[in-house]
Write a protein that binds this ligand. Structure first.
Ligand code: UT7
Length: 329
């Protein structure tokens, strides 16, 4: 079945006000600004206020995307929130967002694909709109990772931050841009190298294990790094080829914002100049599902690419999961 082309009609992002710098972290764990900067490129991250949940961050990003797309919340018929830090295990964070926006007609649900979640949501929405099942979709990547961080573990607590990014998708009209190609993938044999081990049915939090900080991110950094470079390079190359593009046709690459060394390695392997690769991780750290969504919105608003130009988004995360999109803007 051939699918109708789908365009990104608007984007938005929201970052909480509170800034946590590397200098602040030096007072919390045994680390240095020099170590964090040289190993990751991160200088600061944002932390949600007390009482501010993932759906609150998501709602703010969504409002901006809807305004830019010039689509009213009541005209949405689909909301997908990608998150690994939901407000509650059930109902889905998307349900709180639907209520906040008063988007009463919209079917709303979450997906859990870690840092790849926003592009997984894009692929789902693209197919559902393209097939004619839905018309106006809101996809959001939103995380309050500070609530699932072990603030005594220097291996992880320096890496993550909170934030949200959103996009409104609808059928592409004559002369508008469109999503050209997408690739998503999973390797379930690698669940152990990046996860939140506790708090689910496999390991509920009990009085006995409450002090073990099991409901926090745990990662074998070097292993994840190795897989990230390989999978992102392969996924990005596939969508570029499928879209019939070459490196020279790409105005901007929007990669997952986890580590500057990973981003540099991807740029190198794709033979893309560094000035065509968008980076904002120095400001926000790794915001998982929100990262590529925030980066896409910031890059677009900063004029890094124009309507009619081609961009490539590429991500990688727990699961393992990976995804890439080639988009004519
Ligand atoms: O979004 C999901 C995808 N996630 C990623 O893509 C993350 C991928 N991995 C990475 O970004 C990197 O592996 C890290 C930034 C997490 C770690 O960098 P690394 O170069 O792989 O360092 P390492 O884990 O090998 O640690 C090197 C040393 C260790 O000390 P010893 O054992 O050599 O004495 C760590 O204990 O650095 C130490 N270390 C720290 N030192 C100061 C670890 N964290 C810190 C810290 N401050 N915050």
């Amino acid at each position: 079945m051939s699918l109708a082309p789908v365009t990104i009609a608007g984007t938005g992002s929201y970052l909480p006000e509170k800034v946590l710098t590397n200098a602040d972290l030096e007072t919390i764990v045994d680390t240095t600004d020099e170590w964090i900067t040289s190993r990751t490129g991160i200088k600061a991250r944002r932390i949600a206020a007390e009482g501010q949940s993932t759906s609150d961050l998501a709602t703010e990003a969504a409002k901006k995307a809807l305004a830019q797309a010039n689509i009213a919340a009541e005209d949405l018929d689909l909301i997908i929130v990608a998150t690994i830090t939901p407000d509650t295990l059930t109902p889905a964070t998307a349900c709180y967002v639907q209520d906040n926006l008063e988007a009463r007609k919209a079917v709303a649900f979450d997906i859990s694909a870690a840092c790849s979640g926003f592009l997984y949501a894009m692929e789902m929405a693209r197919n559902l709109i393209g097939a004619g099942s839905f018309q106006n979709a809101l996809i959001i990547g939103a995380e309050k990772l500070s609530a699932f961080t072990n603030w005594e573990d220097r291996n992880t607590c320096v890496l993550f931050g909170d934030g949200a990014g959103a996009a409104v998708l609808r059928k592409s009209e004559e002369g508008e841009g469109r999503i050209l190609a997408m690739e998503i993938g999973t390797d379930g044999a690698q669940t152990g190298i990046l996860n939140i081990p506790g708090g689910g049915s496999a390991c509920p939090i009990t009085i006995d294990n409450a002090n073990d900080k099991l409901a926090s991110l745990s990662m074998l950094g070097k292993e994840v790094f190795r897989h990230a470079v390989t999978r992102m390079k392969t996924a990005a190359t596939k969508v570029v080829e499928e879209a019939g593009l070459e490196s020279k046709d790409i105005a901007q690459v929007i990669p997952h914002q986890a580590n500057l060394r990973i981003i540099d390695a991807i740029a190198d392997r794709l033979t893309i100049d560094n000035d065509k690769v968008f980076v904002n991780l120095h400001k926000y750290g790794n915001t998982s599902a929100a990262a590529v969504a925030i980066a896409l919105d910031e890059a677009a608003r900063e004029g890094k690419f124009k309507r009619g130009e081609n961009i490539v988004c590429v991500v990688f995360g727990a699961g393992l999961t990976w995804a890439a999109a080639a988009i004519e803007w």
